[in-house]
Design a protein around this ligand. Sequence first.
Ligand code: G3P
Length: 222
Amino acid sequence: MKPPLIVLNFKTYQEATGKNAVTLARSASDVTRDTGIPVAVAPCVVDLRKVASVADVPVLAQHVDFVGYGSHTGHVPAAYVRDLGLWGTLVNHSERTLPSDAIAKTLEVVAQAKLGSVLCVGTIDRMKELVGLGPRPSFLAIEPPELIGSGRAVSKYRPDLISDAAQVAADTQIPLLCGAGVVDGRDVRKAIELGSEGILVASGVIKAKDPRAVMEEFATSL
Ligand code: G3P
């Protein structure tokens, strides 16, 4: 999964579960084919297997646990995500945060399973703290929680955050994604100008009247 790219997080939006998840994943595959920009998808855990079987794009879990196969009720084992053929997982999304020691252990099992990872943070301090904690993530992602789902783009309302994060990303040589409130091509272009190599997005696509058209607009802007 090479930048520039889009990661579309389905969260638990009803518009992105079940049959809707399959439709969105097919649109992501079409946009990837038509534009050459990867639109990776992160469906709800319940839909992972189905989406992985229809999507011709990288598929991510929204979270994995640091357990293997075995006696672990209610967990998502990284090895199973790998065995389903998924690309990887989000780690520490601001709606699924983890304490630092759990992040380190998660990055460890993710590396052992040879999965990719997008390590999410809400602040630069947290990014600096976590970046050396365990095995290197494939991507860093900065998302100010207060702008998530707001329609107010991080690139417009917190440009400083993206440029500071881009500095950390350059120092560590881990590509940066950013997200929160991204709704149109201008938001995407601004994010790239500020040093991001892609975007992590949810409601701007999923809640749109025509999600595929928005994916296309974002991909073209990248
Ligand atoms: O993971 C993507 C995310 O948290 C941003 O959400 O709805 O502001 O695009 P949204």
